[in-house]
Design a protein around this ligand. Sequence first.
Ligand code: MG
Length: 228
Amino acid sequence: MSWHLIIDADDTLWENNIYFEDAFDRFVEFLDLPKLTGAEIREHLNLIEIENAKTFGYGSVSFGRNMVECLHQLSQRPVAAQDEEAVREFAHVILDHPMVILPDVVETLEYLSGKYELTLFTKGSHAEQVAKVDRSGLARYFTHVEVTKEKHREAYHGLTQLRGMDRERAWMVGNSPKSDINPALAAGLNAAYIPHSRTWVLEREDLRPAGPGKLLVLESFAGLREHF
Ligand SMILES: [Mg+2]
């Protein structure tokens, strides 16, 4: 069978969310609010993130903006310009984080790209995502790289149409139930879910098998070799 494999990037090919978690931990320390737990601050920031993603999208710069907004809402003291700058910097250092490729990814891409056309499909800031693809050294395994603002059902319809793929012969591979698996299945594609223990909380939801597509749950990226 000839498949189209569409593969997510952040936390599927390389570490990503751990850097955002580190930035958040520094932010909690900086806030210094003994009456609020980290989890409570996270809840507050989540609401800001959900709202702002509609306008500003995802990525490190948006994350910095969201933490600054959270700082204004929660801070017990007047917020100075240098406080804002310090908080933004917690997020902006993510732009230069080292690319840590997940185990067996290179070997598995080598194998898969020898058999199928691979498409990398990632959401976020266009410049930031493209820079990560470059720094990863993995671009050569993909015939096409697509960065999108949001990965909803319509985005999967758009991508398969743009690339001339039959949806029943297309698989989405990724770590996010919300962005990779559920919308791909809803769009009529197949999906392979590879959980990552540090997946961003806003990407988590129950798997919702839907439509005619198959759903695979794998323990690791290397597991793709047993199915393709
Ligand atoms: Mg991901």
